[in-house]
Design a protein around this ligand. Structure first.
Ligand SMILES: O=CCCC(=O)O
Length: 478
C-alpha cells in the first residue's frame, strides 16, 4: 500500500537560492489560487545557530518550577483565546480551513495548555519504589531541546499538542513547520514570546524539509517528535536512529469504522459523515473506510450519500461553511486520481467525484461503494472528503478488513450491542484509538498515537508528557 498524504516534512519550500541559501516560503490561498505572502526562511547556518540558542536556554528553563512554567503556558492559553479570530483567519488563508473549525482548533490548543498547566507536576511527580533497603524512587528529568516537525493540516493544534507538555516538562522546543504555513509557525512563536517565555525556549525555524535531517544530526537537538506521512516518519526515524535520539512518530491513518447488522443506520451514517469530513477529510484520524456487513450495506449507502451530499462546500471565511478547499490543487488532483482509478477498477460512485469548474483546490463530498483491494480507495490513505464503503460478509470478516491496512491509528464500531462493540474496539482492532458509536477524536486527556505504519509513541495525557523525559531511577542508602 502507498501513502499519499502531503505532510510537512517533505513539502518543499520554494527555494530562493542554491547551495543551502535561505528559502523563500511562498503561500497560496487554496480557496482562490491567488498568491499570499512570501516569507524569508532561515539558512542552514541560521537554523543550526537557533538550535544552539535553544540548547543554551535549556539549563535555566529546566530549573524553573512547574508554577513558573505554568504561568507562561497558562498565559499562552489566554493569548490564544484573545487572538483566536486572527489565527483562524490565518489558517483559512494559508491552508483553507473553514474559520468555524479554526476557532475550535484554537480553543482546543488553549484547553490543552490549561490541562498540562494543571496536571504536569502530578504527571511528573517522583514515584516511590519499594526495595529491600534504602529509599528508591523514579524521577523525571527533561531531555533538552525537542525538535517538533509538524504538518499543515492542524497548523496550531499539532504544534500545541507537542509543545505544551514538552515545555511544562522543562524541555525547550524548536518548531520546523510545514512550508505552506509559515505565518502560523511564526504566530505560534509570537504567542510564546508574548506569554513571557524566556528567549529561545520556543523557536520557529523556517527551513526546507530536506534540511531537517541535518538539524537532527546537530548535538543541540535532544529528541524529535514528528506528525506527518510515513515517508517523513521513516526519514526522521532514520536520521534520529543514526544519532540515537528518541522519537515519537504520529503518521498516517486509514481509519476503518465497522457498521454491524444491529447498528442504528441513521446514527451510523451521521457518525461516518462526521468522521470522514474532519478537516475536509484531511486528517490522519478522519474515517476513511466504512466496512459494512452485507445485510445493511444498501441502507448505509443511502444514508451516508445523503449526509455527505448535504454538506455545504464554500468560502472558508463564511462561518456557515463546513467544507472548504483542499490544501492545494496538487493535493486535490491526487484525491481525484484516487477516485477515478478506484472507479476504473470497479468502485461505484454514489455522489461527488467531479472537480468543480472554478479556481482553487475544490473537491466535493464524495462516496464510493464496492470498494475492494487493488483500488486506491482501499489500499491507500485518501486525504480528502472521499468515503469508501467496503462490504463484509459478517462481523469477523469486517474485523479482518479493518485490520487489512498498513495503518493502525484510529478505528470505530457502530452497533447497538455495546458489549460486543466494546470488545471489538478494545481487543480486536489494530489501532491506537478505538471508539464505539462515535467518531474518533483526539483529546489532551487521552493518549494519542498508533501502531504499524501509523507510528509509535504517544502524545497527550500522562503517556504523552513522559515521552520526552529521562525516566531516572534513584536509590539512596541512608
Ligand atoms: O491529523 C491528525 C490528528 C488530528 C487531531 O489530533 O485531531
Amino acid at each position: 500500500m502507498t501513502h499519499h498524504a502531503e505532510h510537512g516534512y517533505e513539502a518543499k519550500a520554494a527555494q530562493g537560492g542554491e547551495g543551502g541559501g535561505a528559502p523563500k516560503l511562498k503561500t497560496e490561498n487554496p480557496a482562490t489560487g491567488k498568491p499570499g505572502r512570501t516569507y524569508d526562511g532561515h539558512t542552514r547556518e541560521q537554523a543550526l545557530a537557533i538550535a544552539g540558542k535553544a540548547r543554551e536556554a535549556f539549563p535555566d528553563w529546566r530549573r524553573t518550577s512547574f508554577t513558573e512554567r505554568g504561568i507562561i503556558i497558562g498565559t499562552a492559553a489566554r493569548i490564544l483565546r484573545e487572538r483566536k479570530d486572527e489565527f483562524a483567519r490565518l489558517m483559512a488563508d494559508e491552508m483553507g480551513k473553514p474559520v468555524t473549525e479554526g476557532l475550535a482548533e484554537i480553543e482546543k490548543c488553549a484547553f490543552n495548555c490549561d490541562y498540562f498547566v494543571e496536571n504536569a507536576e502530578r504527571f511528573l511527580a517522583n514515584e516511590p519504589v519499594k526495595l529491600d533497603g534504602g529509599r528508591a524512587y523514579v524521577t523525571f528529568n527533561p531531555l533538552g531541546s525537542l525538535l517538533a516537525v509538524m504538518p499543515w493540516n492542524f497548523p496550531f493544534w499539532q504544534v500545541f499538542r507537542a509543545a505544551a507538555p514538552a515545555l511544562m516538562a522543562g524541555n525547550t522546543v524548536l518548531l520546523k513547520h510545514a512550508s505552506n504555513v509559515p505565518g502560523c509557525a511564526l504566530a505560534i512563536e509570537d504567542v510564546f514570546r508574548e506569554a513571557g517565555a524566556p528567549d529561545n525556549v520556543f523557536r520557529t525555524i523556517l527551513i526546507a524539509g530536506r534540511d531537517t535531517a541535518e538539524l537532527i544530526d546537530s548535538p543541540d537537538i535532544a529528541a524529535v517528535t514528528l506528525t506527518g506521512s510515513v515517508a517523513a516518519g521513516k526519514a526522521v526515524a532514520e536520521a534520529a536512529g543514526r544519532n540515537l535520539k528518541k522519537t515519537v512518530l504520529e503518521l498516517g491513518g486509514s481509519d476503518a469504522y465497522l457498521v454491524l447488522e444491529d447498528a442504528d443506520i441513521d446514527h451510523a451514517a451521521t457518525v461516518a459523515a462526521t468522521a470522514r469530513m474532519v478537516n475536509g477529510g484531511q486528517s490522519c484520524i478522519a474515517g476513511k473506510r466504512f466496512v459494512v456487513v452485507a445485510p445493511v450495506r444498501e441502507a448505509f449507502e443511502t444514508g451516508l450519500a445523503a449526509k455527505m451530499s448535504a454538506i455545504r462546500m464554500g468560502d472558508p471565511l463564511d462561518p456557515a461553511t463546513k467544507l472548504g478547499p483542499m490544501v492545494s490543487v496538487k493535493a486535490r488532483d491526487e484525491i481525484h486520481r484516487q477516485v477515478r482509478e478506484s472507479i476504473g477498477k470497479g468502485a461505484r460512485l454514489l455522489c461527488g467525484g467531479e472537480v468543480p469548474d472554478r479556481p482553487g483546490a475544490w473537491y466535493p463530498p464524495t462516496v464510493l461503494t464496492d470498494v475492494k483491494p487493488g483500488q486506491p480507495a482501499y489500499d491507500e490513505e485518501v486525504f480528502g472528503p472521499v468515503a469508501a464503503i467496503i462490504e463484509a460478509r459478517d462481523v469477523q470478516d469486517a474485523i479482518r478488513i479493518a485490520n487489512d491496512s498498513e495503518f493502525g491509528l484510529g478505528a470505530g464500531v457502530l452497533t447497538r450491542d455495546i458489549r460486543r462493540g466494546e470488545e471489538i474496539a478494545a481487543r480486536d482492532l489494530e489501532a491506537g484509538i478505538a471508539f464505539v458509536n462515535e467518531n474518533v477524536r483526539s483529546d489532551p486527556r487521552m493518549p494519542f498515537g498508533g501502531v504499524k505504519h501509523s507510528g509509535y509513541g504517544r502524545e497527550c495525557g500522562v503517556f504523552g508528557i513522559r515521552e520526552f523525559v529521562n525516566i531516572k531511577s534513584v536509590h539512596v542508602r541512608e
